[in-house]
Design a protein around this ligand. Structure first.
Ligand code: SF4
Ligand code: SF4
Length: 184
């Protein structure tokens, strides 16, 4: 529903024309434009550092600068490895069952260690279908899957390449990129 201009806000004559409201809107836009540009050129590029935070909170120079991810962010999945490098996952399929997008596919097999019942022979996540809800992480009884990689910029050339298998999901935690700028 659109904004209804009340007659007592701007007066009777201007109420029927709306030009006053258009002018006020443009003035607000220009005020923010001038203020932000001034903050950038004087505060970030120039000597008046006190103006910089106002600019930096709003805009960062991505991709030269990276924003700080919020504490509870969810990024690309990873499988947590055991000490020998194999997945901690026991192929219980809790994550596959709970996934609302049905983008996890697990095929289980016998584990070589008799103390561990099963292991995933195939563990695939279609990151294009994933809605990054985090239910798979919540459902896992072994803390075997996490979404803490900080990889939020997923790019591939083919749709099929977004289906990540065990080898890709067993990646180490990547090095954090240099963080500048404001919070998300
Ligand atoms: S984050 Fe949600 S949609 Fe994505 S794989 Fe996990 S449960 Fe499925
Ligand atoms: S819920 Fe955890 S242990 Fe079970 S299949 Fe998924 S990742 Fe593996």
């Amino acid at each position: 529903m659109g904004y209804v201009v009340k007659r007592d806000e701007i007066g009777g004559a201007a109420y029927s024309v709306y030009f006053l409201e258009i002018g006020r809107g443009m003035a607000t836009v220009m005020r923010h434009l001038v203020r932000n540009f001034t903050g950038y050129w004087l505060g970030v590029k120039g000597p008046v550092k006190s103006l910089a935070p106002r600019y930096e909170v709003r805009t960062i120079d991505y991709p030269l600068e990276r924003a700080t991810l919020p504490p509870r962010y969810r990024a690309r999945h990873r499988l947590v490895p055991r000490a020998d490098g194999t997945p901690r996952c026991v192929a219980c399929k809790c994550c596959e069952t709970t996934c609302p997008a049905k983008c996890i596919r697990i095929v289980e097999g016998e584990h070589e260690d008799p103390a561990i019942e099963k292991k995933p022979v195939i563990f695939e996540i279609d990151e294009l279908r994933c809605v990054f809800c985090g239910y798979c992480v919540e459902a896992c009884p072994c803390d075997a899957i996490r979404m803490d990689t900080e990889l939020v910029e997923l790019a591939e050339y083919r749709r099929a390449d977004f289906v990540y298998g065990i080898d890709q999901l067993l990646l180490d935690m990547p090095q954090k990129p240099p963080v500048k700028g404001g919070q998300w």
